[in-house]
Each structure stands twice: as structure tokens, then as C-alpha cells.
Design a protein. Structure first.
Length: 332
């Protein structure tokens, strides 16, 4: 029962405090380690060798972090210190408030008419080249990022924490598998964001991490439509249109997972995504999602923020219900 409460507390802390940046943040440590190994191993080699080395870097980072957590859990005897570490790690792997804050920074600059600073703030959220984007394209970039990261930064880590917690409870384990599962997911997600590109430098070296990210996000990306649908209904957005575009357009997207939430956001907000987008590593013509929709504007950013925030909060409700059920069962 306590590990469910740990999860709920971690979520509440993220919702209130956000994700402050500091040198030894767990995600940053994963990034430092990944950069070190990538610079060491990603040289000009045969395709198969690069792919194998990509598998090796993934396994090394996962094993190092798991050994560290399991070792720490074994060494520390005080149960409350263990609880604190679990709360800290789970909280560090969630990014709901941070995602909303990044979006607000861009929206605030657009509302002030400061398009240059809006572009700069957007560049911290997306990989596309933002230097020449107008308000509509900036708004599109923000909302697409909110939609994609609703799965990757909110639903998926929560889903795997849920899964680990209930495996631990079911098997009556002393260790919190929720922490282990969420760590593995965030390592996968971080590696995908760093080396999972389809360019000459990473196409083979990052392929394994990219495919693992696709696998890990497959179920959560589809599960995300449930809290989003409830949130859409509460916010009085266009639920029917959101579901229709989700069903018709999600497979147009190059990602098997991002297309789920992006198509739903496009439909429920009655806007369109896609078209020609310039990245640092090339220009891509993305398929249009919700082709009959309007061009996005800053007003739609606010709607997308509300949708993401409420959808994330709704996804914690099963944990709260489970906590009270387990509490009741312990009393009878």
C-alpha cells in the first residue's frame, strides 16, 4: 500500500514544484553517460557493428542505473529513507508541470507580440528549426510537442510505474518495481531523444533505442486517449472530432505512437498539423493530420495546455482509488 502512496506523492510534487534544472538531475546523468558512450563508440564502422554497439550502450546504461538503485536499496536499512529515495526518483521521471511551463513561456511571448523570444523558447521544446517560423507555425510546434510528450513525458512513465507497483504488490516484493520500471522507460526515452534519429550519424547506432522507445510507448500512446477523451468532454472541446481524426489519421504519422495523441489533439482542437518542416538535419514533408482543420493559433496553445494538464491529473485517479481499496482491505 505504501508504494502506491509514494507514487501519488511523487505526482503531486511534480504538479506543484515542477522539474527544476540542476547538474545531478537523474535525467541529466543519463544524458551525460549517453554522450560519453556515444562519443566513445559511435565511430565510422560497418552498419552491423554500429547497430550492435547501439544495443551495448543501451544495456550498459540500463544495468548501471539498476545496479545503483538495487544496491542503494540493499544498503539502506531505514524504511523512510528508502521511501524518500523512491519519491525523489519517481518525481524526477515525471514532467507534467515542466511541459506546461515550457508551453506557457512560448504562449506568453506570442501574446506580448514578441515572436523572436517565442521562437527561442520553442527551440527548447522541439528539434525543428524555429528561426523563421510565424505565429501559426510556432503554435503548431508547441501543440505538437504537448501532444507527443503527453505520452512520452506523462502517460508512459506513469503507466510503467503503475505496472511495477502492482507487480511488486502481487508478488509481495520488498523492492519497488515501480521505480525500476520507470527508470528503464526514461532511459529508453532519453536515449531515443539523443541518438534515435534517422540521419547518417545515428541511423544504425540509435536504431535499437528508437525501436525500444516505440515498443515501450505502444500501449500508453493508445491508453492516453482515455484520459484525453474524458478531459475533452469536461473542457467542452470537440470529442467526436478528436476520436474521428484519431481513427482516420493516426497511421499517417511516421511514428506509430506520436500519431495517436497528435491526431487526437488536432481533431479535438479543430486544427491541422504537418506540412513542410525544417529540422537541423534536413527538411521533411510531414503528412497533414486533420486536413480540414484551421491553422493553429496561440489560443489553441492554451486549450492544449488545459487538455494535457487535466488528462494527466485524471490518469492519477486509478492510483488514488487503488490506495483506498488496499487501505480498506487491510482494515477488514
Amino acid at each position: 500500500m505504501e508504494i502506491i502512496l509514494i507514487f501519488i506523492i511523487s505526482f503531486i510534487i511534480d504538479l506543484i514544484v515542477g522539474d527544476p534544472k540542476y547538474f545531478l538531475h537523474p535525467i541529466r546523468i543519463i544524458g551525460y553517460f549517453s554522450n560519453f558512450l556515444t562519443n566513445l563508440l559511435n565511430k565510422k564502422r560497418k552498419k552491423l557493428i554500429l547497430f550492435i554497439l547501439g544495443v551495448v550502450i543501451y544495456l550498459i546504461i540500463v544495468m548501471v542505473f539498476l545496479f545503483f538503485y538495487i544496491g542503494l536499496n540493499w544498503l539502506i536499512k531505514n524504511i523512510y529513507v528508502k521511501y524518500f529515495i523512491d519519491i525523489f526518483l519517481i518525481y524526477s521521471m515525471l514532467s507534467l508541470k515542466d511541459l506546461i511551463l515550457h508551453s506557457k513561456r512560448v504562449r506568453n511571448q506570442l501574446e506580448l507580440g514578441n515572436i523572436i523570444d517565442a521562437r527561442k523558447n520553442l527551440s527548447m521544446m522541439v528539434g525543428r528549426d524555429t528561426k523563421t517560423l510565424n505565429e501559426s507555425k510556432i503554435s503548431s510546434g508547441v501543440i505538437e510537442s504537448l501532444a507527443e510528450n503527453f505520452t512520452d513525458g506523462i502517460i508512459s512513465p506513469m503507466f510503467y510505474c503503475y505496472l511495477g507497483i502492482f507487480v511488486s504488490l502481487g508478488l509481495n516484493l520488498s523492492i519497488n518495481l515501480g521505480v525500476i520500471f520507470i527508470i528503464i522507460f526514461k532511459i529508453t526515452s532519453t536515449l531515443d531523444s539523443m541518438i534515435g534519429y534517422k540521419n547518417e550519424k545515428y541511423i544504425y547506432f540509435g536504431k535499437f533505442s528508437a525501436r525500444m522507445d516505440d515498443i515501450f510507448n505502444f500501449i500508453p500512446a493508445r491508453l492516453a486517449i482515455i484520459p484525453l477523451s474524458i478531459a475533452t468532454f469536461i473542457l467542452r472541446l470537440n470529442l467526436i472530432r478528436g476520436l474521428k481524426v484519431f481513427l482516420s489519421d493516426r497511421k499517417k504519422h511516421s511514428s506509430p505512437n506520436s500519431g495517436c495523441t497528435e491526431s487526437f489533439y488536432a481533431g479535438t482542437l479543430d486544427i491541422k498539423f504537418g506540412g513542410v518542416i525544417k529540422y537541423k538535419y534536413g527538411i521533411f514533408n510531414k503528412p497533414i493530420l486533420n486536413s480540414l482543420g484551421n491553422n493553429p493559433c496561440r489560443f489553441n496553445i492554451k486549450q492544449a495546455e488545459n487538455l494535457s494538464l487535466l488528462g494527466g491529473v485524471l490518469f492519477i485517479i486509478p492510483a488514488i482509488i487503488s490506495f483506498f481499496i488496499f487501505s480498506y482491505l487491510q482494515l477488514i
